[in-house]
Design a protein around this ligand. Structure first.
Ligand code: IMP
Ligand code: MG
Length: 177
């Protein structure tokens, strides 16, 4: 695909299989309820759309855009809201859908902010988790895959806004980091 990618870390088949499992788990956990899938743009888009196909209970979708990284690989700890939700979330069951949790700073900020809006419940669902690089503790409810401390792209994740469209997760060469 490109000389910046070294190898596939997680194949499309593995991702699809795991997303189906998570979808079934969410459908069981929230049986009889309606949920709001809250996608954190832009990285969470591919994961959320695929996940939503495997959830059998009623759901709504909304989107939020926050920024902590700019085009840098290393977290700055600064979280800005670039786009807020379209609707209020009081009396909703929220599942925040993220591409990856790294330092945890984005998610802990976001969760705190949303808790202030008084939803019925909030859970966190992430495709990837990098537990080794955590700086702030976050309670994650659904995890696709735990990965080592590597910079990865694909399935929504970018390097300088590119490679989000790859249908698999790939590692990026060290010299580009
Ligand atoms: P954090 O948990 O606040 O450090 O930030 C998480 C965000 O950083 C994610 O939503 C991604 O946008 C970005 N990020 C962290 N690690 C990676 C990676 O390996 N590849 C691409 N983006 C990453
Ligand atoms: Mg993200």
């Amino acid at each position: 695909m490109s000389d910046i990618l070294i190898e596939t870390l997680i194949s499309e088949e593995e991702i699809t299989r795991r997303i189906k499992e998570i979808g079934q788990q969410i459908s069981n956990d929230y049986k009889g309820k309606e949920i709001l899938l809250l996608c954190v743009l832009k990285g969470g888009v591919m994961f959320m759309t695929e996940l939503s196909k495997h959830i059998s209970i009623p759901l709504k979708m909304d989107f939020m855009s926050v920024s902590s990284y700019g085009n840098e690989v290393v977290s700055t700890g600064v979280v800005k809201i670039l786009k807020d939700l379209d609707e209020p979330i009081n009396d909703k069951h929220i599942i925040i859908v993220e591409d990856i949790i790294d330092s945890g700073q984005t998610l802990s900020y976001l969760k705190q902010l949303l808790e202030g809006r008084d939803p019925k419940s909030i859970k966190i669902c992430t495709l990837l988790d990098k537990p080794q690089t955590r700086k702030v503790e976050v309670n994650i409810d659904y995890v696709g895959f735990c990965i080592p401390d590597e910079f990865v792209v694909g399935y929504g994740l970018d390097y300088q806004q590119k490679y989000r469209n790859l249908p698999y997760i790939a590692k990026v060469r060290k010299e580009y980091m």
